[in-house]
Design a protein around this ligand. Structure first.
Ligand SMILES: CC(C)(COP(=O)(O)OP(=O)(O)OC[C@H]1O[C@@H](n2cnc3c(N)ncnc32)[C@H](O)[C@@H]1OP(=O)(O)O)[C@@H](O)C(=O)NCCC(=O)NCCS
Length: 453
């Protein structure tokens, strides 16, 4: 079969009104549940008077320091894309500081095949230590997922502080990330040496280049999302409140025809005991072409006075491994990173492409009741899937491979980051033919997410 990549952008955006989602009322069930305990769950407009205290509660919730007025103003300016909600305790001494926070927005998640589907991104989940373990986080998470379903979002997604928090709501790690520590003196570059050039650029120039470049690159890798400008300011250090921004060095790669195809930003930490052993931290590296990728990594690995290069949020299958002579020069650590939660099985499954033709009779259970049911996924020779429902009590359609799984497992396998056969071997999926199911669900590019949100 041929792998059919799809350049549909934001395929189903029309069905999700991202602007309406920002101001949609909070979920009534969660509101009532919290109200029974004397708590007020409500929207917090980013432009309103309550926003500064909300932001202070988020910082405190993550055990971070107080935000300055400048930081609050900067955050307010850059957060218009967020739906912000808080839970208030009228009996608390500082009643206008929420005891719990959550933010969300309708983002775009790239799925196998190159389509980008609306996905509810969730962030800033905190509950004050004074109010923990009373079910407040559960009420908020269920509330925001309910709002996302009402808005018609087929998916939700988040990155997490702790791995054990979100499986209970149907989220699963769908794209792992790799952190690399490379001993540069040992690595030895054996990769391509492209004809283009690497040049230093001002950080502001990096900021200008990175956003449109990422908009093009993100559709090639499942797991990537559309990135808001404030994140790029963070990488570039281009906000007025950015700390240690002057330590960031930015470079661009220009190909032989004069087009900028890649950028990177990094910092260097000196080693005062040995000036030949500084370490580099790669803040962000983005390449549109194989040449740009090779040239930028080679530049970083061959920096003088540097003994170690560190980089995070890389793919689990980086070409870089095959560009160094000594693979053991790299210590690679894997971690769960991009969590996904399917909210609408037909829309999610029809949105992606598949690795092999076949028919899967999926029996899906959903802990929260949003997306369970029986679905027949039929994949044609071009890797396109269509989904029909398969009625309760009926036998699985003839010739279809039966797969029984929870929404968590379906979400884990959705981006192609884990095989259904692996999940079956782990006792997480049952199937009449796990290998065949895995072939259909496979994808040839490892999913990746290059940021935290
Ligand atoms: C994580 C946090 C939001 C949980 O809030 P909470 O109000 O105490 O959570 P709830 O009482 O609603 O608990 C909901 C469920 O999660 C479980 N849970 C809560 N915190 C947990 C933790 N740290 N590890 C594992 N499970 C946890 C509870 O046992 C409960 O399980 P159940 O409903 O299935 O029985 C809160 O502890 C917090 O703000 N932590 C610091 C900030 C943070 O890490 N936020 C998450 C960012 S991704």
């Amino acid at each position: 079969m041929t792998f059919d990549t799809d350049t549909r952008r934001d395929a189903d955006s029309a069905t999700v009104d991202a602007a309406a989602y920002l101001v949609a009322p909070v979920n009534e069930r969660s509101r009532a549940r919290l109200a029974e305990n004397g708590l007020d769950y409500r929207l917090v407009p980013v432009t309103g008077d309550d926003y500064p205290q909300w932001l202070q509660s988020v910082a405190r919730g993550f055990q971070d320091g107080e935000r300055s007025d400048e930081q609050v103003a900067s955050s307010r300016e850059r957060s218009a894309y967020r739906r912000v909600t808080g839970v208030y305790d009228a009996a608390a001494p500082v009643a206008d500081a929420p005891v719990a926070t959550i933010a969300s927005w309708i983002g775009q998640l790239t799925v196998p095949g190159g389509a980008s589907l609306p996905s509810c991104a969730i962030s800033a989940v905190t509950v004050a230590p004074t109010h923990r373990r009373r079910g407040i986080a559960r009420a908020m998470l269920e509330g925001e997922l309910g709002a996302a379903v009402s808005a018609g979002a087929p998916l939700a997604m988040l990155t997490v502080s702790e791995s054990t928090l979100y499986g209970r709501y149907g989220f699963a790690p769908a794209a792992a990330s790799a952190s690399w520590r490379i001993e540069t003196k040992r690595a030895t570059w054996i990769g391509p040496r492209p004809d283009g050039r690497v040049d230093f650029i001002p950080r502001q120039r990096f900021r200008e280049l990175v956003a449109p470049l990422h908009e093009r690159v993100r559709l090639r890798v499942a797991g990537e999302i559309d990135v808001q400008g404030s994140f790029w300011d963070g990488f570039a250090g281009t906000t007025p409140t950015a700390e240690k921004a002057g330590e960031k060095r930015a470079v661009q790669y220009t190909d032989a025809s004069g087009v900028v195809r890649g950028v990177a930003v990094y910092t260097v930490k000196e080693n005062h005991d040995d000036f030949t052993k500084a370490s580099v931290h790669v803040g962000y590296l983005l390449a549109e072409t194989d040449d740009a990728y090779a040239a930028l990594w080679r530049f970083l690995l061959e920096l003088d006075l540097v003994a170690e290069v560190n980089a995070g949020e890389l793919s689990v299958d980086e070409p870089l491994r095959w560009m160094i002579a000594d693979q053991r020069a790299a210590t690679v650590t894997l971690r769960d990173h991009q969590y996904v939660r399917i909210l609408d099985v037909p829309a999610a499954l029809e949105g992606r492409r598949y690795g092999a033709p076949g028919a899967l009779a999926l029996d899906v259970t959903d802990v929260l009741g949003h997306a369970g049911g029986r679905f027949l996924l039929t994949v044609d020779d071009g890797g396109r899937g269509t989904v029909s429902t398969w009625s309760d009590g009926a036998a699985a359609p003839d010739g279809a491979v039966e797969v029984s799984l929870g929404i968590e497992e379906l979400s884990a396998a959705y981006l192609g980051g884990v095989s259904l056969a692996t999940l079956a071997a782990a006792g997480r999926v049952r199937s009449t033919d796990a290998s065949a199911a895995a072939r259909v669900f496979s994808w040839h590019v490892a999913p990746r997410l290059s940021i935290w949100y």
